[in-house]
Design a protein around this ligand. Structure first.
Ligand SMILES: [Cu+2]
Length: 115
């Protein structure tokens, strides 16, 4: 009886650690995404935020959260097709205003201002 109880407790402890372990594994990328600067999410056929201002030399990361593939396309910007969960990064070294859109959905528009 006592042996069974100890065995039971051991299993619970192992399970608890396994669950805590998984939780940490999942929360780490989220924390990284929050900390990451200049992220544009592509969601519901929109670039969010649609307008972003950065400093010269900074990088923008686009992440497609839609199940539909999208692109980030403009002068000097070409992500190609991004499937759900895929991201695209581009560094902007020149000041200026850069408009872009999604080639599949031209009504999806975004604007980058580099200072
Ligand atoms: Cu699109």
């Amino acid at each position: 009886m006592k042996t069974k109880f100890i065995f039971f407790i051991s299993i619970i402890t192992i399970l608890a650690f396994a669950i805590i372990g998984c939780g940490n594994g999942k929360s780490t990328p989220t924390a990284t995404q929050v900390a990451e600067k200049n992220v544009v999410t592509i969601q519901d056929f929109k670039f969010k935020p649609a307008e972003i201002t950065i400093q010269k030399g900074e990088t923008i990361t686009w992440i497609n959260e839609d199940s539909t593939p999208h692109t980030v396309t403009g002068t000097g910007i070409n992500s190609g097709s991004l499937n759900k969960g895929q991201s695209f990064k581009q560094t902007f070294n020149d000041a200026g205003t850069f408009n872009y859109n999604c080639t599949t959905h031209p009504y999806m528009k975004g604007k980058i201002t580099v200072k």
